[in-house]
Design a protein. Structure first.
Length: 355
């Protein structure tokens, strides 16, 4: 793929993981410490295959090993060369924005400017009682802390801020400083208020599309761009994060993912009152929804379709989905970098050239 073709495609392609606990060939669970070490290896592998970015999410529960993604990314920073290292997401509502900025400025220094952060409310709430926050304050905590974080990105010489949920800051010194503005996104699940908040704070939006057809999010993409135009905000990129898995054939990819995806959905579903997931639901999501599972050609065509439907600048594939085996994840990463990404850029580049 030539640089000219990549420019025509205009799409960055990354990977995401929540640090899902993996399994051994005998079905036993891998230790969480090994899962973390494996994820550093995933970053090295993705870097070697030319994947644009890799992001790790923050969770505080037994089915995910990563609770401090910035620490894992710092490890990856020392053994990678070009790949962007980010989060998916950092749960800003139950963290301190000043400490978040300090940690990621440190990561950015270690990675020679390759760090980025995606902040969000988080789809799980375990961090709130764990760190002493009230769930009743869920919305207000994010509103205040997101405002605080957006101001910190501008790296004022001294920082002054006051709000309802922490003591005021007067003339604070935030160190270290980044050499350029820290790359940041805000994770959005799909509400008009979240879209407008992204534009107001001038932090690009990463849509988490985890079920149903991606095209149903077009009204949010349209609102995002319209709000920028109407408020005079310079054009911001738009990204999407969705789950999937790649193997040599459609049949093999489905076979490797199906039971793990169902188990993962049912674990979460029992907590949230969802009906049990089934093989039919899995196949429906793979065929009609936002589950990008199959051979490289199948996955590439589906990603390209989403990129063109929403006019995306970035697409991230969540490559870990339930207790899969690490070697399956590594093969998926390899196929994504060597076969899926070039094919997506070819399809998107040709379509955008025509327009």
């Amino acid at each position: 793929m030539s640089e000219q073709q990549q420019d025509r495609a205009g799409i960055a392609l990354g990977l995401d993981s929540f640090g899902d606990m993996t399994s051994q060939s005998d079905g036993s669970r891998t230790h969480s410490a090994q899962v973390i070490r494996d994820h550093v290896g995933h970053a090295v592998l993705a870097d070697s295959f030319g994947i644009d970015a890799i992001s790790f999410g923050e969770h505080h529960r037994r089915d995910f090993a990563i609770s401090a993604p910035d620490m894992v990314l710092a490890g990856a920073a020392t053994v990678t060369e070009r790949i962007t290292l980010g989060t998916a997401v950092t749960v800003l509502s139950s963290d301190d924005p000043i400490r978040v900025m300090e940690r990621f400025a440190t990561l950015d220094a270690m990675a020679n400017g390759r760090a980025e952060i995606t902040v969000g409310r988080g789809s799980f709430t375990e961090s709130f009682p764990l760190f002493g926050y009230e769930l009743n304050d869920y919305a207000l905590l994010f509103e205040e802390k997101f405002d605080m974080f957006a101001r910190l990105l501008d790296q004022p010489e001294t920082f002054t801020w006051s709000g309802q949920h922490r003591k005021p800051v007067e003339g604070g010194i935030i160190m270290p400083r980044t050499e350029t503005r820290l790359a940041a996104w805000v994770g959005v699940g799909g509400s008009p208020e979240s879209v407008l908040r992204s534009v107001k704070q001038r932090i690009p939006m990463m849509l988490a599309i985890i079920g149903g057809p991606a095209a149903r999010f077009k009204p949010y993409a349209d609102l995002y761009r319209r709000a920028q135009s109407e408020t005079g905000v310079p054009r911001m990129p738009l990204g999407v994060h969705s789950p999937g898995h790649i193997a040599e054939t459609d049949e093999k990819a489905h076979e490797e993912l199906r039971d793990r995806w169902i188990a993962n959905r049912n674990t979460i579903g029992r907590e949230r009152g969802w009906p049990p997931s089934t093989a039919d639901e899995f196949e429906h999501e793979a065929e009609h929804g936002s589950l990008y599972v199959g051979s490289p050609e199948t996955v590439a065509k589906k990603i390209a379709q989403t990129v063109l439907a929403l006019d995306l600048d970035r697409f991230d594939l969540k490559y870990s989905n339930g207790p899969m085996q690490d070697e399956q994840l590594r093969r998926s990463i390899e196929l994504y970098g060597t076969e899926v990404i070039p094919r997506v850029r070819e399809i998107v580049g040709e379509a955008r050239q025509l327009n």
